[in-house]
Design a protein around this ligand. Structure first.
Ligand code: NOJ
Ligand code: MG
Length: 581
């Protein structure tokens, strides 16, 4: 009897600690670019009803949360990142009622909904901007207005600083109405909001509360690094020094952005938003509302968004290290170094996250090599922490070519270069999602979709990969399934380089559960002795759970960990035989 009681106690204590993971911890997130996911009304533009009709698919991928790129009212100069009403839905996408239906459906099937919050700038068509431009009392300082300077050589009026927009050319634009320049770090139709104005700060917080009250589970915070610019006490701004003289002098990369990014006040605002999210939970209860922050700065600066020891910040400061540093030529050593560069300095008590693509980057398979498509998915799904997938990565989509005439991305249009625009264009990763091989990949019945669907859908689409005996999609689902095991949710991580640094392998271990991931980045087939590489700390025999489509390895076969043959560009997931799925 006593023994039984003790056993019962142990079991309850164990399951209590095991239940402690919050919904977002080791979560799996999927990014939808709404304009291109599914068009329900045949106008060639994706919409909320379209998304709603595909949420079961998102759920079937094993996702915990879905992040929608902006759906708010917007003239679409930057495809929704230019918002003219933060509390309403863009008419191309539907109405607030449609939004509610999306949210209800998410709740019904157990998906958390994350919205994109674009705090750095609004649209110039936002009523705040028009009031600010007209100096309506209370709104004068909602944006960053400055007088120009007289150029001593030409005697002409020039912008207050040399700052350059992300989309090229001066980041300042003259307003005839106000007779001053306003700052826009992106498109001139995206004026920068002024976070030194208390009323604006409060307005933005109210907007977060508005959407939390509707029931969203958090926010992806757009270009948070740009919230503040360095300002002298007399209200003037400093010029930025040249960063990369090899860039054209109209290009954003020409300057070193020490005064327009990552200012101390920016981190403080991130912590204030975290406090707001946490207070909301304390007051109204329910689940944790999370924030994910976008920063392409150094690891050190991106990780500052996690918090500062006393104050908490972002739950998921996006880890863009793979995007920033890896290319087709990257080796096993490069990958391991890049992954460790995020894991090693991470403060205690936070989680890592892995992002390999999004709507701003060329498709990951095009950037890192289509043969490595499954390998990359294996890596993202099995590293410790949170995984983020951009729609289409589960199918190993590649870029879709968009001609100069069809190009819409302002970043590409501003190159004014019909020959070389494609490297700057974000359109190749924003084309309609391929559901099947019918017209427009089943995305829309329209004769012309907003961006062309291209030809890719004829060979890469959901229906085909659902029906095939094995496919990228099926491998992806196997990965998201196994990810729910404790060995991945809580297991520790130990990475090694083996086979003359041609192979990157890591073990995950939790209690008596083991997983070993072998990634062969070399051009040759490698016979890997992982047992040796992990100094006998893993089982001598394990089973193949899944591997890249082209691996030639059968699932569920048992292998000796002292000798696993892995072809070039192939990833393999081994599990200890006591894990049954
Ligand atoms: C980052 C977004 O991801 C990108 O698409 C947008 O153009 C800029 N921020 C400006 O909002
Ligand atoms: Mg539509």
């Amino acid at each position: 009897m006593k023994v039984l009681l003790v056993l019962l106690l142990i079991v309850t204590v164990k399951s209590q600690t095991e239940n402690e993971l919050d919904w977002w911890e080791s979560g799996n997130f999927y990014q939808i670019y709404p304009r291109s996911y599914m068009d329900s009304d045949g106008d060639g533009i994706g919409d909320l009803q379209g998304i709603k009709s595909k949420l079961d698919y998102v759920k079937s991928l094993g996702m915990d949360g879905v992040w929608l790129s902006p759906i708010y009212k917007s003239p679409q100069a930057d495809f929704g990142y230019d918002i003219s009403d933060y509390r309403d839905i863009n008419e191309d996408y539907g109405t607030l009622e449609d939004f509610q239906e999306v949210l209800d459906k998410c709740n019904e099937i157990g998906l958390k909904l994350i919205l994109d919050f674009v705090p750095n700038h609004s649209s110039d068509e936002h009523d705040w901007f028009q009031k600010s431009e007209a100096r309506v009392p209370g709104y004068e300082d909602f944006y960053i207005w400055r007088d120009g300077k007289i150029d001593p050589y030409t005697n002409l009026l020039v912008p207050p600083t040399n700052w350059i927009s992300f989309f090229r050319y001066s980041a300042w634009r003259w307003s005839n109405i106000r007779q001053q320049f306003y700052l826009h770090q992106f498109h001139y139709k995206q004026p920068d909001l002024n976070y030194r104005d208390a009323k604006l700060v409060q307005e933005m917080k109210n907007i977060l509360t508005y959407w939390m009250t509707k029931g969203v589970a958090g926010f992806r915070i757009d270009i948070i690094v740009c919230l503040y610019e360095k300002m002298f006490s007399n209200g003037t701004f400093p010029d930025e020094p040249v960063g990369n003289p090899n860039c054209g002098f109209n290009d954003h990369c020409y300057l070193d952005h020490i005064y327009t990014q990552d200012q101390d006040e920016t981190f403080d605002m991130a912590y204030q938003w975290r406090e707001l999210l946490d207070e909301f939970k304390e007051t109204f209860g329910g689940f944790t509302r999370i924030m994910m922050t976008e920063s392409y700065s150094s690891v050190e600066k991106a990780q500052r968004f996690y918090g500062n020891g006393t104050r908490k910040g972002s739950y998921v400061p996006f880890n863009f290290e793979i995007i920033k540093n890896m290319n087709k030529e990257s080796t096993a050593k490069d990958y391991k170094r890049t992954i460790d560069s995020w894991l090693d300095p991470m403060p205690a008590g936070v989680l890592a996250n892995w992002v390999v693509g999004n709507h701003d980057q060329h498709r990951v398979a095009s950037r890192l090599g289509v043969q490595k498509g499954d390998l990359i998915n294996i890596m993202v799904q099995t590293l410790p922490g949170i995984a983020i997938t951009y729609m289409g990565e589960e199918l190993v989509m590649t870029n879709v070519h968009v001609s100069w005439n069809d190009t819409l991305d302002p970043q590409a249009c501003n190159t004014n270069d019909p020959i070389n625009y494609e490297s700057s264009s974000r359109d190749p990763a924003r084309t309609p999602f391929p559901w099947d091989s019918s017209k427009n990949g089943g995305f829309s019945t329209a004769d012309k979709t907003w961006l062309p669907a291209g030809d890719l859908y004829k060979t890469v689409n959901v229906q085909f990969q659902e029906q095939a005996q094995n496919s990228h999609l099926k491998i992806f689902r196997k990965l998201t399934t196994v990810r729910k095991q404790n060995v991945f949710r809580r297991g520790d991580y130990h990475g090694v380089l083996t086979n003359n640094e041609n192979v990157y392998a890591y073990s995950r271990n939790y209690g008596d559960q083991y997983a070993v991931i072998i990634l062969n980045f070399s051009k040759n087939t490698e016979t890997v002795n992982v047992l040796n590489a992990f100094e006998n700390s893993i089982p001598t025999q394990m089973k193949i759970y899944t591997s890249s489509l082209a691996s030639g390895l059968g699932d569920d076969t048992t292998v000796n960990t002292s000798s696993v043959k892995v072809d070039s560009n192939i990833g393999v997931v081994l599990l200890s035989t006591n894990i049954n799925i």
